[in-house]
Design a protein around this ligand. Structure first.
Ligand SMILES: [Zn+2]
Length: 442
């Protein structure tokens, strides 16, 4: 009998059964193979392909989405006139408030079948969150983009991974060799148990929010022996502060790859093995870095504006993500994908329990995902340790009974925080940057 560890066996199942199934469902392997070649093309070739995708999504939005049709007509813009990126960058930007207001009707394409709608919540690393539809028709490409990023760590997509996050990704759990640990289960008391679970899984890659990876790193550094040794670590969701990078690298003695993604547009960019910045995968998204209304120069910091090139259900065009980033140049690895030099302004905000432990806001938002259809907007405020106000702007489907269910659901999932619900009628004005409702402890 072959001496195959369970991981090895499972890797074979993932590679020879799950990936072909994903290919049938959404051309996963085809996308991965094409992007594997595309990444080495010259930037000019990649830009031509990008422009074609941009023109397609703008034309689609103009043809079938009332919001964009009206907006472009008001401005006298005809999609056919978009010949270069400069033309495209004259289109109006979209902020989170506009997205929330147009969610239920005006922002949805009338030509895409409803089965492709996938309800997602905007990433709430700070401030507030809103809901929108993603496109199930693009799920194969999104998974392939994640897998391409994975290959940059030197670890194959079939290998064992442990991911520390709150939002479950069903496709990743079913079709990949991935095990999720909820951020909500993290506390000083539970850390030894969590480390034992990771030790059992023997992950080739450990992924998570940097603040949680740093907690694990501190635990491992204080222990007499290391419990697990991943080949790579991937951080996402928050800014990878230098202090985090150092403590994680010291504890696990393996390379760290910073990844950037957002619920509104999916996976965006990741560091390669040269670590000279984050490569934007232009098969899924176009990223602009804008300073004072103009495109930033290399080395300049500006706001991130993202356009999804794959979401035909609810096109997201020139969306102000609210993050800050530094525009990069090229990377010496030779990949042609454009480079973000550095991400900034994504420092996690957190709330404090009555015993002084912190819970990241990202974790709190996703606990309310099951109520997405009833909520147009969600925000949190913390008047004192151990207590938070959940502020919501309800949708038409909302009722008082749903409000009661939100509170009891939240208390079940996050028993370490007491909460009350505040129902508001209008979405607060935003300034283009994510509003800080709770100061960070980082
Ligand atoms: Zn590179």
């Amino acid at each position: 009998m072959c001496d195959l560890g369970s991981d090895t066996m499972y890797e074979k199942i993932v590679r020879y059964l799950m990936f072909p199934l994903l290919e049938v469902r959404g051309n996963y392997l085809t996308h991965l193979s094409e992007m594997g070649k595309l990444q080495w093309e010259k930037p000019a070739v990649i830009e031509q392909r990008l422009l074609k995708k941009i023109r397609h999504i703008v034309q689609h939005a103009y043809n079938s989405v009332p919001y964009y049709r009206q907006k472009l007509r008001e401005l006298g813009i005809v999609p056919d006139e978009i010949r270069g990126l400069k033309d495209f960058e004259r289109l109006p930007t979209l902020d989170r408030k506009q997205l929330a207001e147009n969610f239920h009707d005006q922002g949805i394409s009338c030509s895409v079948p409803s089965w492709r709608r996938r309800l997602v919540r905007t990433s709430g690393a700070s401030g507030e969150t809103a809901m929108l539809y993603g496109d199930r028709g693009a799920s194969g490409l999104a998974l392939a983009i994640r897998s391409l990023f994975g290959t940059w760590t030197g670890v194959g997509p079939e290998r064992s991974q442990v991911i520390i996050r709150t939002q479950t990704h069903l496709d990743e759990r079913i079709f990949f060799n991935r095990y999720e640990i909820s951020t909500l289960s993290f506390s000083e008391r539970s850390l030894p148990r969590i480390v034992r679970v990771i030790q059992t899984r023997k992950p080739a890659v450990l992924e998570g929010y940097p603040s949680y990876l740093a907690r694990l790193a501190d635990f491992e550094s204080a222990a007499s022996t290391r419990h697990f040794s991943p080949s790579a670590i991937v951080s996402f969701g928050e800014t990878l502060l230098e202090s985090y990078r150092n403590s994680i690298a010291h504890a696990f003695d393996c390379p760290i790859f910073d990844m950037y993604g957002a619920a509104e547009v999916g996976p965006i960019a990741q560091e390669c093995n040269v670590h000279e910045g984050l490569h934007v995968n232009t098969e899924g998204v176009y990223i602009e870095i804008v300073k004072d209304g103009q495109g930033a120069s290399e080395g300049e910091e500006g706001g991130v504006i993202a356009t999804s090139l794959t979401n035909e259900v609810m096109p997201v065009i020139r969306y102000e993500l609210g993050d800050l980033a530094v525009k990069g140049s090229t990377c010496s690895c030779g990949r042609g994908f454009p480079v973000i030099q550095k991400l900034s302004g994504r420092v996690s905000e957190s709330v404090r329990t009555s015993s002084g432990e912190t819970i990241s806001l990202v974790s709190l938002y996703v606990t309310l995902n099951v109520f997405a259809q009833y909520l147009r907007w969600v925000g949190f405020e913390q008047p004192r340790d151990g207590f938070i106000n959940i502020k919501i702007v309800p949708s038409a489907a909302y009722s008082d009974q749903i409000g009661d269910e939100i509170v009891s659901h939240f208390q079940r999932r996050v028993p370490r925080l007491k909460c009350s619900l505040k129902v508001e009628q209008t979405i607060p004005e935003l300034t283009g940057r994510k509003t800080r409702l709770v100061e960070t402890a980082c």
